[in-house]
Design a protein around this ligand. Structure first.
Ligand code: G3P
Ligand code: MG
Length: 248
């Protein structure tokens, strides 16, 4: 399976234009002609994979508390849109299943970032991949990534032939290349706003494509591209799209 990586991936859907990690955000990205989105997945208290970024509810819903303490039915009662703008009132937190249905309907690619609540690293990957296996056929258009090496290891064990992306935080672990080798990753995903040219050279020496998060600025995208970065996660993908050179 050859990963058909796009140059632009809508970050959390298209987080500048619709509430992040919602079905509306996926559709907004598709409306802009964006072919792939990045979405974060974690588990509810009753072990349902949902598309959600934070460990807590406050920033992106009208709820309070830790996501891991609520069942899907309780989380579905929340408004996950009004914080973004009134027009998105009553937008709900999607399940992974609901997101996959929309992505398949729109023929989009997916970078699913496993974003486990602390302590749930293995089970989040296992349950999310189990759901994916029931829906997703085209593995040229699917990348599973995580900052959690435990989650990536679970993904490797469950589906070694699915593509994995190694997410590097701002401070790279000293043994990152060793870990990335062990986890047999297809991409290196790094913070494009804090990396130096030298960092990019080091990452390129690993021999896999580099994806940079989260780039909303045309000039930064152009600079990173000149350094050899392959693709960009962007909240405003249309802004970046016009700025970079198209590489086939
Ligand atoms: O996967 C790229 C990017 O989403 C990683 O950071 O915090 O936005 O999930 P974050
Ligand atoms: Mg993410």
């Amino acid at each position: 399976m050859t990963l058909k990586l796009p140059q632009i991936i809508g970050h959390r859907g298209s987080a500048a234009y619709a509430p992040e990690n919602t079905l509306e955000g996926i559709r907004a990205a598709a409306d802009m002609g964006i072919e792939w989105v990045e979405l974060d997945v974690k588990l509810t208290k009753d072990d349902v994979p949902i598309i959600f970024h934070d460990d807590t509810l406050e920033r992106t819903t009208n709820g309070t508390g830790a996501v891991k303490d609520f069942t899907l039915a309780e989380l579905k009662e929340l408004d996950a849109g009004s914080w973004f703008s009134e027009g998105f009132y009553a937008t709900t937190i999607p399940t992974l299943e609901e997101a996959l249905e929309v992505l398949i309907e729109l023929d989009m690619g997916l970078n699913l970032e496993i974003k486990p609540c602390p302590g749930r690293e293995r089970e989040t990957a296992e349950i999310a991949l189990d759901v994916l296996s029931q829906y997703w056929d085209d593995h040229d258009k699917l990348l599973i990534s995580s900052f959690s090496h435990v989650s990536l290891e679970a993904a490797l064990e469950m589906a070694s032939d699915w593509h994995r992306g190694f997410l590097l935080p701002e401070d790279w672990p000293k043994n990152w290349a060793e870990l990335a080798e062990y986890l047999k990753v297809s991409t290196i995903n790094l913070n494009g706003n804090t990396v130096s040219h030298e960092d990019v050279e080091t990452a390129l020496a690993f021999g896999k494509p580099i994806l940079a998060y989260t780039i909303n600025d045309e000039e930064r995208a152009q600079l990173l591209q000149s350094w050899g970065v392959h693709g960009f996660f962007s909240d405003a993908p249309d802004e970046i799209q016009g700025a970079i050179l198209t590489v086939h």
